[in-house]
Design a binder for this molecule. Sequence first.
Ligand code: HEC
Length: 198
Amino acid sequence: MNKIHTLSVLLLLVLYTACQNGPSTGNTAAAAPSLDSIRAEGRVIAKASFEALSQKLAQALETGGVPHALQFCHANADPLTDSLSAKYGVRIRRIAKQYRNPNNAPDAQERALFDGFAAMKAGGRDLKTVDTALVLAPGRILFAKPILLQPQCVACHGKVGETVTAENYREIQKQYPGDRAVGFSPGDLRGMWAIYFE
Ligand code: HEC
């Protein structure tokens, strides 16, 4: 009888502790998957953004070649990422250390992540499926994913005098006097998506 009593007290205690710990255990358990789910969402957003930009770029190239596509990018790259930001309720940035538009220069945090990707690549890692998410502050998460140069990018980001014609490069420099975004080959780490969930 005494044994049973002790057992039920223990059981009650366990239940009580379980209930006390319930919410906080629940939170800790939810925190990890939520970072995972942010990464999953980040991947979807990065892919959608890349596809939207690539599609418009291909259309512009078809309509009027590189000079026309340059105008298009100049006028539309930011509005396009802004509208995608609004659609997904995040802030999307497309940064590069060797940037064309100075607005796309990385801040210290973005640069550190970019350097991390660059080091992985230098170590022989294939960056195609690499990404990361960083908690900057409670409720503020930065998702980052490398942007790799594709063959269709070299007309504007390849080597000047080879894939980028001298004539097109003059056009680029007219609009972006401090351009640093040439000299790349397909597969190179060109930039990085920085998607802020806040
Ligand atoms: C028609 C020329 C053209 C082509 C082709 C092109 N880009 Fe760009 N790219 C630009 C211009 C112009 C900008 C600057 C846009 C702006 O003013 O924000 C830019 C900006 C970028 C940026 C943002 C960082 C920066 O340097 O300002 C990245 C990253 C980028 N391009 C990657 C690519 C990739 C990857 C491809 C191929 C899928 C590509 N680009 C194809 C012209 C081009």
